[in-house]
Design a protein around this ligand. Structure first.
Ligand SMILES: Cc1ncc(COP(=O)(O)O)c(C=O)c1O
Length: 348
């Protein structure tokens, strides 16, 4: 049966798999706030092992995982160097300032990579300590990078950032909401990706299809502090094993299939690239996100998105001339073909 709606808005729309429903129904439960939900504990232990980090914490969302990390690492007045289009800076409600009292310093970077020279320049003069300057404390990375069309930060780049951070005694935090896509696309394991960073968040509820949940990982002292932050944020959940049961399946068995999403994203880009009014380079599509420039359409990207919705194809406008399409387990090859047909029909 074809899907009634081809929903390319986000990989967060994915529904739990039948195996997840089974696991939810059969999960052993306790009270995670009291520290005895066995399914949450098992997920955290499995994640710590998989990522090669000493400790892990389950959170309701990726935003909470990132913000708890910032709260654990930072003090008021601290500065975070982050890529200008990153989620932590743009889409977390100003949380860095509001919750940690920290000041993000955005640095533009092609494909999500802040140039190393720009980072070095931003750090020039930070030491010896000067009371006029904010205390630069963290470099925040995002992999894969959402607003840069699912671009993968190369491992060598992450290692180089860590080397720079070590020289200045900075923390490197990785927003790895879609790190699983980087794992699937490259064959490089989670533990290799995160070895150069002090802390990492990963979402189980995006392409990995869990209904709710993220993880934050790092060393024991950091996770202990992040648990305090999660409590403050209201993120202590009682019988959270229901969610962790699905999250375990997400991490254990949903990573490899992401290559199908990546192939469909490239197919979609290939179909769109020939139409003349949509700016997308299939060669640049590394994972499951298409960031597409729109030109020559009356009303721009919002009008095009509305016209697609009338044909039961959903995606999101990002500003007047850009739209985003994301592939995931709940869109299939027919949906991709339907979307391309619609773009052909709607060409100005
Ligand atoms: C790169 C990135 N980081 C963090 C998040 C936050 O995840 P959540 O929606 O679970 O708060 C998202 C969500 O889209 C994201 O794309």
């Amino acid at each position: 049966m074809p899907n009634p709606t081809a929903d390319f808005r986000s990989d967060t729309v994915t529904r739990p798999t039948p195996a997840m429903y089974d696991a939810i129904a059969n999960a052993a439960l306790g009270d995670d706030v009291l520290g005895d939900d066995p399914t949450v504990e098992a997920l955290e232990a499995y994640a710590a092992e998989t990522f090669g980090k000493p400790a892990a914490m389950f959170t309701p969302s990726g935003t909470m995982a990132n913000q708890a990390a910032l709260m654990a690492w930072l003090r008021p007045g601290d500065e975070i160097l982050c890529e200008a289009k990153c989620h932590v800076f743009n889409y977390e409600g100003g949380g860095a300032a509001r919750l940690s009292g920290a000041q993000p310093r955005p640095i533009a970077g092609p494909r999500g990579q802040m140039p190393l020279e720009a980072l070095a320049e931003a750090l020039a003069g930070v030491r010896p300590a000067n009371e006029h300057l904010p205390r630069t404390r963290m470099i925040a990375l995002e992999n894969t990078h959402n607003l840069h069309g699912g671009a993968i930060l190369p491992l060598d780049y992450i290692r180089a950032v860590r080397a720079l951070a070590d020289r200045e005694e900075l923390i490197v935090h990785l927003d790895g909401a879609r790190l699983a896509n980087a794992v699937a696309a490259t064959g490089i394991a989670f533990r290799e990706w995160v070895a150069p960073v002090h802390s990492v968040s990963i979402c189980l509820s995006k392409g990995l299809c869990a209904p709710v949940g993220s993880l934050l990982l790092g060393d024991d002292a950091f996770i202990a502090e992040a648990r305090r932050a999660r409590k403050v944020l209201g993120g202590g959940m009682r019988q959270a094993g229901l969610l962790a049961a699905a999250g375990r399946i997400a991490l254990e068995s949903m990573v490899d299939r992401l290559v199908d999403d990546h192939r469909r994203a490239r197919d979609l880009a290939t179909g769109m690239a020939t139409l003349g009014y949509l700016d997308v380079d299939p060669e640049a599509v590394e994972t499951n996100i298409l960031s597409v420039g729109v030109s020559g359409v009356d009303g721009g990207a919002p009008a095009l998105v509305a016209a697609l919705a009338e044909r039961d194809i959903r995606c999101i406008a990002f500003g007047p001339e850009r739209m985003r399409l994301v592939t995931h387990r709940d869109v299939d090859d027919d949906d991709v073909a339907r979307a391309i047909d619609a773009f052909v029909a709607l060409a100005p």
